[in-house]
Write a protein that binds this ligand. Structure first.
Ligand code: ATP
Ligand code: MG
Length: 321
């Protein structure tokens, strides 16, 4: 923050173009920490030239977005995990749905994607391990399957006040893929405005509208390009505001499966773009009755295990054995 007071006091000649002296030396420090040689800049005769060079170097650095490993590690200290409501499923996912990343759950119809989405709306509000305080949620619904009544039943299970809990979930229905993408502007603005209050963003389901809007054969390239834009926006939002992003996805028959004798001839849609953008991918399949089986499909740091959970009236829970 550049206080007017500091600006009014004439700081040393060296920093004439800076808001305050402190930020000048901070920038010099940052550059040095990134191994950028400021000695050459210091040798410059005119202080104006020095300031220009320092500013230029800083701009270059931040446009690339480099951080030191130490800075990354500091940032990641704030990462939290939202419980799914099932201890077994949490364990599979390394503690739950992680902030600063995108978690994708895909599976056939009735495999539990929407039920997990609903449960997370409640569990995200409950303080958890590692000082997690709990917070508000934004839910983007593309299939018109959001049911506040489900949230009420899940709130009851956790002994939470129904009204309070519903009041903490901001809901929006997206009607086109363009609309869905534009909504992210609002999401970012909201996260910015109420910094630290929102903890979770749900999109159920992420591909449904893209599938409708780009259904022609020749439209796949366009679709993937728009999808890439949206996913990169989502990634940025999750990191910038330290929120967990949970998206659901549909499956399609894999035309290559019969040739390669795959056991499971279905795969998530969205191709490589979605595959790369989602940090953690879990596949869901139906078991007996209320039981569902989740499997880690792709994760940077989780083994490919499976977990069984149940869909109950109180949301996602452990299977009773
Ligand atoms: P789709 O691809 O159609 O969107 P989905 O993966 O989102 O499917 P869900 O809607 O999450 O599927 O799961 C539906 C399952 O949840 C059904 O088997 C249904 O019986 C179960 N379910 C829904 N509501 C309840 C409830 N109140 N109590 C117990 N089970 C429920
Ligand atoms: Mg659903």
């Amino acid at each position: 923050m550049s206080s007017k007071l500091v600006e009014d006091q004439v700081v040393s000649e060296e920093v004439l173009d800076y808001d305050d002296e402190e930020s000048f030396f901070q920038d010099v420090d940052v550059l040095q920490n990134h191994g950028i040689n400021v000695a050459d800049i210091k040798k410059l005769k005119s202080s104006e030239a020095k300031v220009d060079k320092i500013k230029e170097a800083c701009a270059k650095l931040s446009s690339i977005g480099f951080l030191t490993a130490l800075q990354v590690s500091d940032k990641r200290k704030n990462v939290f995990k939202v419980s799914t409501g099932s201890i077994e499923l949490d364990k599979l996912m390394g503690g739950g749905v992680e902030s600063m990343s995108i978690t994708e759950a895909f599976g056939e119809f009735r495999s539990g994607k929407t039920q997990i989405s609903h449960t997370l709306c409640i569990t995200a509000q409950i303080p958890g391990s590692n000082g997690y305080t709990g917070g508000k949620v934004i839910f983007i619904d593309t299939e018109n399957t959001f049911r506040p009544d489900r949230l009420k039943s899940i709130a009851d299970r956790f002994n939470l006040d129904q009204t309070a809990v519903l009041d903490n979930v901001l809901y929006a229905r997206a009607y086109t893929s363009e609309h869905q993408y534009e909504m992210l502007d609002y999401v970012a603005a909201k996260f910015h405005e109420e910094a630290g209050i929102f903890k979770l963003l749900v999109i159920d389901s992420v591909m449904a509208l893209f599938r409708v809007d780009y259904s022609g054969r020749g439209e796949l390239a366009d679709r993937q390009q728009k999808l890439a834009q949206m996913m990169s926006r989502l990634q940025k939002i999750s990191e910038e505001y330290n929120v967990a992003v949970f998206i659901t996805n549909q499956m399609t028959a894999d035309p290559g499966a019969s040739l390669s004798f795959q056991a499971d001839p279905k795969k998530p849609i969205g191709g490589n773009i979605l595959a790369h953008a989602s940090t953690t991918r879990i596949s869901l399949r139906k078991g007996r009755g209320e039981l569902r089986i989740a499997k880690i499909y792709d994760s940077p740091d989780l083994p490919e295990n499976e977990a069984t959970f149940a869909i109950t009236n109180g949301g996602i829970a452990d299977a009773k054995d």
